[in-house]
Ligand binder design. Structure first.
Ligand code: BGC
Length: 744
């Protein structure tokens, strides 16, 4: 058995094997009595006051016999051929037996078949089936082939560059097609509700707008190669240790305004092909048997016309009730769904309901042309020079410089020797050992990158995890120190099996000691910090000259980091999540109990509401230059539902080096009847400026994105009134203000 799967699923294999009998295991959900149990999710959206959200007219895959999906949703998903495709599906459905149909609604087993997880098609009718593979940072190691390991999602989130992320999506799609896969199990797009979440590295950050921008771009990139992307995990999957069992309570506003908008954009803006339900429960129902989430919101309200698959092994909790809730595909086997033919025969579910589910699966196969242009195995399409160069560019662009007291960029003309220290200096540290793990080749460590880029500077590796006399002598002999510390797969991640959440936001104690000991030697020191999310820095920050956060930087990470440290690239990464002064500044992270309440506020929205400054705020990052925010313009200054306003921001590079600035727009609605967080990110864009250059950045703001969800009416409400638009370089540095009047 494949090593990674064995490791991840070993404790569950017995259960899975047992469950493979036709006997459906007990479930904790009974759809007929629970379809309205999830609080705040029963709305139809029909009374929306104009936010641009989908109306309630459409059905979806998994719905039980209404009018079917809206034409515009089908047009977006399938293009002009959509009517012909529906007709073809009708013909197929008329020819297939119930057993044939159900065989196309679940995986073929725990183990991948030929390197991918397979969902059967039908040879007689020429239905191709599905071939699935993770994942978020490249071709999963399950495929057993070397592939490009991109920087993790959180690193890519730190680029704040959707256009670059679109390229990453397309590159990963080309690589997974080259192993015969047509469904990519990515992006992971759950919010980083708390930075101790063990899978922090897979997602893009803490804010719904930012995560939405990046995920939409990734999905567009993937699907441009006609690979089906999978928005996962739907929804509120932000705790690892209790992921199978935890019930997340979310009131209607928190669900719709905070934890779902990025998924809605994946569906409505990027037309994502597939959605994966999360392991956890939301409001008392596991996500795969959760009619409010899958049927009412995803299907009816958003008009999703693709298919919903379960998460693996422990992710399905029923057969009839799951299909009725809106689950279309059980993965990785038919542990539950194999009993569906009997359920049809016994009258527990109608064949029409099976057809409705299967329709979404078949539609995806046809609309993504899996029948006419299937993936072709091609080893030459992986680890290409283009993909490696892209991984390197993303690594460069993801480095977030959060402190620089004049040491950086390292000056090749004045530094004779630099010492490279720390447990992560010369190791391959690309992320966790879970489903996002990639087998790669040619990894460039930080040490190797520095050696390659050093020119005349001597680079001395000082091995060891602590400072003895030998290390101290080597360090004091150097002119500057690069100290590489942080987390690795032993500290966080899905691979740790029910223990993947971080124990603390701090660095491990031995690394804190190492920083103190190195700093005490008095050489100019830059700390390179690796890891999947925010790490506390305030206790030791003042002891060192510079800090560069480099995340898990991918196969060519060493080059990217060295380029930034030597100043061959300008640092342009910005924090995708707030770094607090102390963990106590954030809402509690409860990865032990089986019931948690997420609430409306987390991250910068929580810190702002509490009046607690972040040590390093969302969106923050230094450059080697300085930028002045000169002026803000707004056109028009009054607008209503369905309209978009343009905010123009004039900025000047006031320093001596080029700069890439990320201009951020936050909205404040202090008078709203539905009380908001103090401020919410709603737009951002980047601009490159030469020294002394002035430029104008246009930011588009959709007025509908200012709507709130009325829990009484289960509808979006755009309140007339004045909204403050604040612009600046981070959530805590917003110097330009404009006022937008929302018209009734
Ligand atoms: C993970 C998913 C992944 C799946 C298949 C699950 O454990 O939660 O993200 O896609 O395994 O590897």
């Amino acid at each position: 058995m494949h090593r990674a799967i064995a490791r991840r699923w070993a404790p569950l294999l017995l259960t899975a094997a047992t469950a493979c009998s036709d006997q459906a295991p007990a479930t904790n959900a009974d759809a007929s009595s629970t379809s309205t149990a999830a609080s705040g999710s029963t709305g139809t959206g029909g009374t929306s006051t104009g936010t641009g959200n989908a109306d309630s007219s459409g059905g979806s895959s998994g719905t039980t016999g209404d009018d079917g999906p809206a034409d515009d949703a089908l047009q977006r998903y399938c293009g002009d051929d959509h009517a012909a495709i529906e007709a073809r599906i009708d013909e197929w459905l008329a020819q297939l037996s119930v057993a044939d149909k159900v065989a196309m609604m679940h995986g073929t087993g725990l183990l991948p078949d030929g390197g991918t997880w397979h969902v059967l098609g039908n040879d007689a009718l020429g239905i191709p089936g599905l071939h699935m593979l993770d994942g978020p940072r490249g071709v999963s190691e399950v495929a057993s082939v070397p592939a490009t390991a991109f920087p993790v999602g959180m690193a890519r989130g730190a680029t704040w560059d959707p256009a670059l992320e679109r390229e990453v999506g397309a590159a990963i799609a080309r690589e997974i097609r080259s192993v015969g896969a047509d469904v990519l199990l990515a992006p992971t797009m759950n919010l980083l509700r708390h930075p101790r979440w063990g899978r922090a590295q897979e997602t893009y950050g803490e804010d719904t707008h930012h995560v939405g921008e990046m995920a939409v771009a990734f999905i567009e990139g993937v699907q441009s190669e006609h690979v089906i992307a999978t928005a996962k995990h739907f929804a509120a999957n932000s705790i690892e240790d209790t992921r199978f069992d935890v019930d997340v309570s979310l009131d209607e506003r928190s669900l719709h305004e905070v934890f779902l908008p990025h998924f809605r954009r994946a569906v409505q803006q990027a037309d994502v092909g597939a959605v994966m339900s999360a392991y956890n429960s939301v409001n008392g129902l596991h996500c795969d048997v959760n009619p409010p989430l899958l049927r009412d919101i995803l299907g009816d309200e958003w008009d999703f016309v693709g298919f919903v698959m379960s998460d693996w092994v422990e992710g399905t909790h029923g057969s009839v009730e799951a299909v009725r809730a809106g689950l279309d595909v059980e993965m990785p086997s038919g542990a539950h769904f194999a009993s569906l033919p009997d359920a049809v025969a016994g009258g527990q579910i109608a064949e029409a309901e099976i057809d409705e589910s299967l329709r979404g699966i078949l539609r995806a196969q046809l609309c993504f042309a899996l029948d006419t242009d299937p993936p072709v195995v091609d080893p030459d399409a992986r680890l290409t020079e283009d993909h490696l160069a892209l991984a390197e560019e993303v690594a460069r662009r993801s480095v977030v410089l959060v402190r620089n007291e004049g040491l950086l960029p390292l000056d090749r003309t004045s530094l004779g020797e630099i010492a490279v220290v720390g447990p992560l200096a010369d190791v391959e540290n690309l992320g966790d050992d879970g489903s996002s793990q990639v087998d790669t080749a040619g990894v460039v460590t930080v040490l190797e990158g520095l050696v390659d880029r050093a020119g005349p500077v001597t680079v001395t590796h000082v091995p060891g995890d602590s400072i003895g006399a030998e290390q101290a002598a080597a360090i004091t002999a150097a002119d500057a120190v690069v100290l590489v510390v942080g987390l690795d797969a032993d500290d966080e991640g899905e691979g740790l099996i029910a223990a993947g959440d971080r124990e603390s936001l701090a660095l491990p104690a031995d690394q804190l000691q190492l920083i103190h000991d190195v700093a005490a030697l008095g050489r100019p020191t830059v700390v390179v910090l690796e890891g999947g999310g925010p790490i506390l820095v305030s206790d030791w920050m003042a002891e060192v000259d510079a800090i560069a956060i480099a995340w898990y930087p991918g196969v060519r990470g060493g080059y990217g980091i060295a380029d930034v440290l030597f100043g061959d690239a300008e640092p342009s990464g910005r924090l995708p999540a707030s770094v607090p002064f102390a963990e106590a500044d954030l809402p509690p992270f409860d990865n032990v109990s089986l019931a948690v309440d997420y609430g409306y506020l987390h991250g910068y929205r929580w810190l702002d509401a509490m009046g607690t400054p972040a040590a390093l705020p969302l969106g923050f990052g230094l450059s080697y230059s300085t930028v002045r925010y000169d002026a803000i313009g707004l056109e028009p200054t009054t607008a209503g539902a369905g309209e978009t306003v343009t905010v123009t921001v004039t900025v000047t590079n006031t320093g001596a080096r080029p700069v890439r600035e990320t201009v951020q727009l936050y909205v404040e609605m202090p008078g709203a009847t539905l009380p908001r967080a103090p401020r919410d990110l709603r737009a951002f864009a980047q601009i490159d400026l030469a020294p002394g250059e002035r430029g104008v950045v246009p930011l588009q703001l959709a007025v509908d994105s200012l709507a709130g969800r009325d829990p009484e009416r289960h509808a979006w409400v755009l309140e007339p009134g004045v909204v403050q638009l604040k612009v600046g370089s981070s959530a805590a540095q917003l110097d330009l203000i404009a006022q937008l009047t929302i018209s009734p």
